[in-house]
Every structure is written in structure tokens, then in C-alpha cells.
Design a binder for this molecule. Structure first.
Ligand code: FAD
Length: 145
């Protein structure tokens, strides 16, 4: 099996509507399915969200990331899926997580991307490295808390 590793970073717009309880329930469902599927596929990564957007990092073999991402792109719970990076990497960063949940910390990403309820989504304002660093930093902080 080809052991070459890739990392995909994307942003998308959250389309889940409803109160906080419903949002939490949907996110729980996404994480449960992600952890189950990703473990089987050898994909690792991290997910961050808020009412405005999702940011996700997927790591693993090229074909496994592609299969996973094709399903993710079709999911009606988000839209405007925008790939920021899909690069070869030497090692996984999120190797201990089938899908780490970084939580509701996406405000910083929204600020960087320059969008909110009133403005348009501009993923071009961000690059994959910036989003990867944000998820990495937030996860490290959460682990130390
Ligand atoms: P099942 O879980 O059995 O679902 C069957 C079908 O129903 C799928 O088409 C699914 O999209 C749809 N579905 C299920 N629940 C809902 C719902 N509440 N609303 C609308 N449609 C629904 N999947 C991964 O495997 N790995 C990931 O890392 C991953 N990350 C995700 C990140 C985000 C931001 C989102 C929105 C989804 C993510 N998903 C991820 C879920 C992915 O989009 C698919 O739903 C999932 O992979 C399908 O898994 P399954 O084939 O086992 O089908």
C-alpha cells in the first residue's frame, strides 16, 4: 500500500439551522460518523465549527482522503465548500484523532475570511497553513486546559 501522506484543509459554510441544542446534536452526529468512517479508512484530522462556518483538516493516503471528501462535499449540512490546501506531508499531525473536535472556535477563522451574517464568504482570504495552524493551536490549548 502507498504510504504517502496528504493533508487536505477546507472551509465551508454551516447551513444547519435551529437552536443551540439542535446544532450540538447535529455536530455530535457528524463526529460519530466521522470517527467511525475515518478509523476504518485510516484518515485522521480535526474539525472546528460555529454557526457560520466549518473548518476541517483531513490527513491520510490520497485515495482515502478523496473518498471521504467526496462524501463530505455532498453533505447538505454545509455549503460553499472551499479547498484551501491538498498537499503531500511528511507526517500526520492529528495521528491520535480519527476526528478531533476543536469546538466552537471558528470566530477567528470567520474574522480572517472576512465573512459574517452580513458579508459574503471569502475563503480566498485564507490559506491552508493559516487554518491548519489555527486548528492545531486550539487543539493544543484545549489539551492543556
Ligand atoms: P450514513 O451516516 O449512514 O448517512 C447516510 C446518508 O445520509 C449520507 O448521505 C449522509 O450525508 C446523510 N445524512 C445523515 N445524517 C444527515 C443529516 N442529519 N442531515 C442531512 N443528511 C444526513 N464523514 C466522514 O466519514 N468523515 C469526516 O471526516 C466527515 N467530516 C464531516 C465534516 C462536516 C463539516 C460535515 C457536514 C460532514 C462530515 N462528514 C464526515 C459526514 C459526511 O458528509 C457523510 O454524511 C458521511 O461520511 C456518510 O457516512 P455513511 O456513508 O456512513 O452514511
Amino acid at each position: 500500500m502507498d504510504k504517502t501522506l496528504y493533508r487536505l484543509v477546507y472551509l465551508s459554510r454551516n447551513t444547519i439551522t435551529g437552536d443551540d441544542d439542535l446544532l450540538q446534536e447535529e455536530i455530535r452526529g457528524i463526529l460519530d460518523v466521522s470517527q467511525r468512517n475515518n478509523r476504518q479508512a485510516g484518515v485522521t484530522g480535526a474539525l472546528m465549527f460555529n454557526t457560520g462556518c466549518f473548518a476541517q483538516v483531513l490527513e491520510g493516503p490520497h485515495n482515502r482522503i478523496q473518498d471521504t471528501f467526496e462524501r463530505i462535499q455532498c453533505d447538505p449540512r454545509h455549503s460553499h465548500v472551499s479547498v484551501l490546501a491538498f498537499d503531500r506531508v511528511e507526517a500526520r499531525y492529528f495521528s491520535d484523532w480519527d476526528m478531533a473536535f476543536v469546538g466552537q472556535n471558528a470566530q477567528r477563522i470567520e474574522q480572517f475570511a472576512g465573512f459574517n451574517e452580513r458579508s459574503s464568504f471569502d475563503a480566498k482570504a485564507l490559506d491552508g497553513d493559516t487554518v491548519f495552524e489555527l486548528l492545531r493551536t486550539h487543539l493544543d490549548e484545549a489539551e492543556q486546559a
